[in-house]
Design a protein around this ligand. Structure first.
Ligand SMILES: [Zn+2]
Length: 90
């Protein structure tokens, strides 16, 4: 099951560390960025670096899974659309 992290920076960063081969979906709420939800490899540096502290707060939250197809299913059922793949890491 995909795991959702909202206002949980430590939980999110812990998940990324524990699942280096997993996937992270970045979502803004409300949906104002047309290419979101966007999926990244958990290893994408800008998805977990110390430079930011708003991974799961404010406008953003994350949904994580080790299996890409689980996240695709999640996006289809929740948003009725496919995930955009990050062009840097996917
Ligand atoms: Zn990426």
């Amino acid at each position: 099951m995909p795991q959702t992290f909202v206002n949980d920076e430590n939980g999110y960063l812990g998940w990324v560390q524990a699942h280096p081969n997993g996937y992270v979906v970045n979502i803004d709420n409300p949906q104002v960025t047309p290419q979101y939800p966007m999926v990244h490899a958990a290893s994408h540096k800008s998805m977990s670096g110390p430079a930011r502290t708003n991974y799961t707060t404010g406008r953003y939250f994350k949904v994580c899974s080790e299996r890409l197809e689980e996240l695709e299913d999640w996006a289809q059922s929740k948003y009725g659309r496919a995930l955009t793949r990050c062009r840097q890491c996917m």
